[in-house]
Design a protein around this ligand. Sequence first.
Ligand code: HEM
Length: 391
Amino acid sequence: MTQPAAPGFQGLLQGVGANPYPFFSQLRRTAPVTQLGGTGLWAVARYADCVRVLRDPDTFSSVVGVRQLTGELPPSLLFSDPPVHTRLRSLVAKAFTPRMVELQRPAIESYSEKLIDAMLQSEEADVVAGLAYPLPVQVIATMLGVADGDLATFKRWSDDIIENVGYVLLTGDDSVIAETNRQLDAYFSARIEKLRREPEPNLLSDLVHVETEEGKLSLDELLMFSRLLLVAGNETTTGLIVNAIRAFAEFPEVYDRVRAEPGLLRTAVEEALRYYAPFPATIRRAVRDADVGGVTIPANARVLVLLGSANRDEAEFERPDEFIPDREPNRHLSFGMGIHYCLGAPLARLEANVALSKLLPRVRRFELIDDPAMSVRPGGPKSFRVRFHFA
Ligand code: HEM
């Protein structure tokens, strides 16, 4: 079947510009499963087709990077398939539990309050720099037991990893951040050695000591997972907080409703996740020729699963382009689906709910100062300036 031409991968990442959603909509209507011009990448745009790809890891592998295929890189949770993934996931899930996440609440509340107090000193601020970026970094640092004195160095590593996260996640090639990874690994190797002797009440220590019938996590696996937490958990959560504020600024009547009924915040955060997916596309590799929505994707093709497009699919969501703060059910794909479903979803939800609940009573209205490009890079805009109208 011949497919209409679609913009290339570069075009998808940059040329789509301020708003990828009209492009996603066009793909769903005219080329829901298509090869992106000149890139070799395929894109899947409809909800049902995205679900079909994510639910079939036998056909659509997460081992996408060349260096993983050649065995040059150790298996990572995100970039592995069963049985390797099953073993890693069962081990990390034993430490990364909903209870452990809930234990972070007091720290998240106190970090949020401090950051918000400082940010609201002025009537205008960049909410990325003031809140949405530092909060998740601090939370991960705490969970990994990074000492206060090491926080600045940890943030520098985090900045470098986050700067390159889109490329690394979409290609599986992490050579661009090799030096940072080396320093991070040296730091965490020493920490892990110490935790083996002296356990501490944090996630990293729990991971060091976790044991199931699958055995224990090796040093390489622990290092891989520490890095993954930085890559997978930071910029995405930044994106969620910024996107929620963006939606509240764009739809002041929605914000007024949520302020009047703070109980709506939980579903409003879910709607923000659906409306502006923080991680709008993930990637798979077809291990054999595979039919998706009547189109054959050839063996070895890399497939972009357009989560952000699926979230606006009119076949799945009523009035998909409206922001409905009490939408329920809301089966968005922003955290993925299937075996790789986001392990950090409860943590991201907690951080966003806590941070936004602290802003609600203090800010009557958010006003956009500039309209940053709504790029499809993970995490959304690098900076996001807002004027606050105080309550
Ligand atoms: C709003 C914030 C977040 C979004 C939108 C998000 C999105 C996603 C998505 C879409 C996947 C699946 C990728 C795939 O199937 O290829 C994923 C996996 C993952 N996420 Fe998140 N994530 C967020 C926050 C976090 C946080 C806070 C953490 C941890 C601190 C985290 C850790 C992970 C891990 C470890 C995986 C891999 C799970 C596996 O492969 O089994 N994420 N995330």
